[in-house]
Design a protein around this ligand. Structure first.
Ligand code: SAH
Length: 265
């Protein structure tokens, strides 16, 4: 019996897979990748003779059956997932049947689209004295949100919100943020196909106009919505600097420099 590895393929750019993920692909006997969300260019590292299949038309039971069958014949089987496998990836639903079949499982993290979207737009999700917290969430659609996790409730923290799976529900995103006290001119960033070569679109707007801007750009899928008090900080004239690089701040790797006339703890 071989081992099934759930590997984060990253957000789209094949170069954003981890070295560990690429090495597993390079020695895989079989690879099952998640259809339109994982670039087929990632398969360029697969060895000759590797069995490669797309899971786009498979139900969960078929995916599990495929993985169990291939693990019987190959030492290394890879299930390639978009972004990071632990976020909205049905990971546990796929792991349980493997556990039941006695197949060993491993998970390799990936670059999530939330991180890739911030990177594409050169934005920081945290800033000193602005926000130090990031919430990864989605809005309620067909999947109900557990109690206490409506976007309106989460938005009351006024921290960074990375909203997955919600690009067709921008009107609801707007309603819930306004109800949580965000102003209509609060900046919003939408990134479509972050990191996909030649396909990425970066759309900047406000709660009031982001929906129209996305419509105009025909962005209706594979998009990350980021709402944050840090957006646009690259253009701010003054910033509170991070303590990490502050000359007056001692940490494990660096001793504080005593600045003439200033007192430090
Ligand atoms: N595990 C994935 C998320 C899967 S859910 C991750 O870590 O990124 C699918 C949702 O992720 C999409 O609806 C979209 O909101 C987001 N997404 C996935 N790939 C994306 C990309 N390249 N650019 C922007 N958003 C993306």
């Amino acid at each position: 019996m071989g081992k099934v590895w759930f590997v984060g393929a990253g957000p789209g750019d094949p170069e954003l897979i981890t070295v560990k993920g690429r090495d597993l692909i390079a020695r895989a006997g079989a690879i099952l990748y998640a259809g339109s969300l994982v670039s087929t260019a990632t398969m360029r590292w697969a060895p000759a003779g590797c069995e490669i299949a797309d899971s786009k038309d498979m139900a969960l039971e078929q995916i599990s059956a495929w993985l169990i069958e291939k693990a019987a014949g190959h030492e290394t089987v890879v299930r390639l997932q978009t972004g990071d496998p632990t976020l909205y990836g049905a990971l546990i639903e796929m792991v349980q049947p493997l556990d039941a079949a006695g197949v060993e499982v491993g998970v390799v993290p990936g670059v999530s689209s939330a991180m890739a979207s911030a990177a594409a737009a050169v934005e920081s999700l945290t800033l000193p004295e602005v926000t130090q917290t990031v919430i990864l969430t989605r809005i309620e659609g067909r999947t109900p949100m557990p109690e206490g996790e409506s976007l309106q409730e989460l938005a009351q923290h006024h921290c960074t919100l990375c909203v997955f799976l919600s690009i067709t529900l921008l009107h609801k995103v707007k309603e819930e943020l306004l109800a949580a006290g965000w102003p209509a001119d609060a900046p919003v960033l939408v990134v479509h196909k972050a990191s996909w070569p030649d396909e990425e679109k970066i759309i900047r707007g406000t709660l009031a106009d982001i929906r129209d801007k996305c419509r105009a750009e025909k962005v209706t899928s594979q998009a990350m919505i980021i709402i944050s008090p840090t957006l646009g900080a690259r253009q701010w004239p003054t910033l509170k600097k991070s303590k990490l690089y502050d000359a007056a701040f001692t940490h494990r790797f660096r001793r504080a420099v005593r600045v003439e006339g200033e007192k430090h703890e």
